[in-house]
Ligand binder design. Structure first.
Ligand code: HEC
Ligand code: HEC
Ligand code: HEC
Ligand code: HEC
Length: 445
């Protein structure tokens, strides 16, 4: 070897050691440690079966039982807080659909079984509803016979419970296996509709980075989905992108197959879509995501107890733990940061009410045109506009952060809603006295 080669080899060796070190540091596990325990087979889908092995995580997870308001006054983890009482325009907007019978604010994970089994929306529903209530869908049914459970009656496939009104009686809902492989305790995504939909976007969830998994374990449930008309499986409208316009286009263009909508509105006669909690879609396109901040960084911050560092499993408003959840990155005082979030909520909620009320008015304007004798052909444009207008409103309301996760995108959704709903009202009003609807507006996306 020439001197030059030895010299170059030396530089290379130093570079490998240096960059290798960085790669190892970045990819390293955060500072929590735990000893892996063997969980008995029949306890794998529970919570109690993990209690002795992982007391810090178990005890913090059981804090999800706690009923408490949010420091901002929005959302919160209180039982039976009804959106329908808070925002009566929803009674008109969801008329003819079960969401006008009961629609409550979410609370902690350990209540998911109780709240689902007792839901007044359940009777007509199928087995697919259990997909986001814990890994029973996967560990019991999917491994046995794929998506067959999805179109069976709900009562036949829901996890067995001993008492439908208590957290203890619904042990098999939302257990530790919801996010952990019970054998290795590594994070895993069991919800196969999420895995398939991400694969269509070229993302292999099973080989995701550790940081991405800290978003995906939550995102597998906290997203917009629909049940495929063909076989009842859970699917997600992400092929065109993660904005409300992209998802609407998916539903409008036939990409959802035989699925046309969730129900026909009895006043306007429009075929409607119900949006569901798109937290994933808002986070994944947010400033926080782009800075590498995941759901877990805010909602499951690191805690310390008796000198041991662990991940909090109390998945609730991060503002209840603002020091650990936010101040590790932000310099503001807790009061300033909470006030900032509350301002975002106030502004968002104001637009939310205006959009919701305008949609309600649009349903009634179309009904008035029908009462005046307008026919289906004449009403088609107004009905399409209210379907779109309500989608944009519902999409942003059903997102649980009242604007925080992605403020500009959620505000855009309300603005689009208000515009479409007004166009629907104008189109319906133009039908007075048997007139014809104005020329169709430009394609909507
Ligand atoms: C940068 C921090 C941050 C990230 C990242 C984040 N959230 Fe949030 N989340 C918040 C804040 C702040 C609120 C509003 C809490 C409040 O007003 O009390 C919130 C609210 C929520 C709520 C409603 C809570 C309630 O009490 O009503 C849910 C559900 C939620 N987030 C889920 C998620 C999911 C799922 C993800 C990832 C896909 C995520 N969040 C990412 C900070 C975050
Ligand atoms: C909703 C998802 C979710 C559920 C349910 C859940 N965990 Fe976790 N758990 C996580 C996440 C996220 C982490 C952080 C892992 C990481 O970054 O590597 C974690 C970390 C852990 C760790 C590693 C040590 C630590 O504190 O970081 C243990 C042990 C653990 N969880 C035990 C449990 C137990 C026991 C239960 C049930 C009582 C449970 N988990 C339920 C998401 C969950
Ligand atoms: C298996 C599906 C599923 C997974 C996975 C999941 N959630 Fe949830 N989450 C739910 C359901 C269902 C509820 C509502 C429960 C109820 O109201 O009974 C909920 C409620 C919440 C709430 C409201 C709690 C409150 O105090 O108001 C927050 C915050 C939340 N989830 C955050 C997260 C985060 C963060 C993750 C990932 C670490 C996650 N979720 C993973 C299904 C899931
Ligand atoms: C791991 C670091 C990290 C954590 C944790 C974190 N943030 Fe941030 N936050 C950031 C970064 C980085 C930005 C983008 C800053 C920028 O682009 O100037 C940001 C931006 C913001 C913004 C401005 C958003 C916008 O649309 O421009 C707000 C408000 C905010 N954070 C609040 C919070 C709150 C509240 C929490 C706790 C619930 C929190 N953050 C947790 C790193 C973090």
């Amino acid at each position: 070897m020439s001197k030059m080669k030895i010299y170059l080899a030396g530089i290379l060796a130093v570079a490998v050691i240096f960059f290798g070190f960085i790669v190892i540091r970045v990819g390293a596990k955060p500072g929590t440690s735990f000893e892996l325990a063997k969980i008995p087979e029949d306890m794998k889908m529970t919570k109690i079966g993990y209690k002795d092995a992982y007391p810090l995580q178990y005890n913090s997870y059981m804090k999800n039982k706690e009923a408490a308001p949010s420091p901002t006054g929005y959302g919160g983890s209180l039982p039976h807080v009804s959106y329908l009482e808070e925002q009566p325009e929803m009674l008109e907007n969801f008329k003819g659909y079960k969401f006008s019978v009961q629609y409550d604010v979410a609370r902690g994970h350990v209540w998911a079984g109780v709240d689902q089994i007792n839901s007044q929306r359940i009777p007509p529903q199928k087995g697919n509803c259990i997909a986001c209530k814990g890994s029973y869908m996967y560990d019991k049914w999917f491994k046995e016979s794929g998506w067959e459970f999805a179109s069976k009656p709900f009562a036949e496939v829901t996890p067995p419970y001993t008492d439908k009104d208590t957290v203890e009686g619904t042990e098999l809902y939302m257990g530790c296996s919801t996010c952990h492989d019970p054998d290795t305790m590594q994070l895993r995504v069991y919800q196969q509709g999420f895995v398939d939909s991400m694969a269509r976007r070229g993302i292999d969830v099973n080989n995701a980075s550790h940081n991405d998994m800290r978003g995906y374990v939550c995102s597998q449930c906290h997203n917009e989905y629909y049940f495929m008309a063909e076989d009842g499986r859970v699917n997600h409208p992400w092929d065109n992108g993660f904005d409300p316009e992209n998802e609407l286009q998916f539903y409008q263009s036939g990409q959802a197959g035989a699925f046309q909508g969730d129900w026909k509105h009895p006043d306007s006669g429009a075929m409607m879509l119900k949006a569901q909690h798109p937290e994933f879609e808002n986070w994944v396109t947010s400033v926080h995501h782009d800075a590498g901040v995941t759901c877990v960084d805010c909602h499951m911050p690191y805690m310390r107890e008796n000198g041991q560092k662990y991940t909090s499993h109390w998945m609730t408003s991060p503002l209840k733990t603002v020091e650990q959840s936010c101040l590790k990155c932000h310099d503001e005082s807790p009061e300033t940061l909470i006030a900032r979030v509350k301002t975002i909520h106030d502004n968002t909620f104001k637009l939310q009410r205006i959009a919701g009320e305008t949609c309600a008015k649009a349903h009634l304007s179309i009904k008035a045109a029908m009462d005046r004798g307008a026919n289906d052909e004449q009403l088609a444009q107004a009905r399409l506009l209210i379907r779109e207008g309500q989608w944009f409103w519902d999409w942003a309301c059903a997102e649980n952060s009242y604007g925080f996760h992605n403020t500009d995108k959620l505000m855009k959704s309300f603005a689009l809603s208000i515009d479409k709903a007004h166009q629907a009202i104008e189109a319906a009003n133009a039908l007075a006295g048997g007139g014809t609807a104005p020329a169709p507006a430009a394609p909507t996306m």
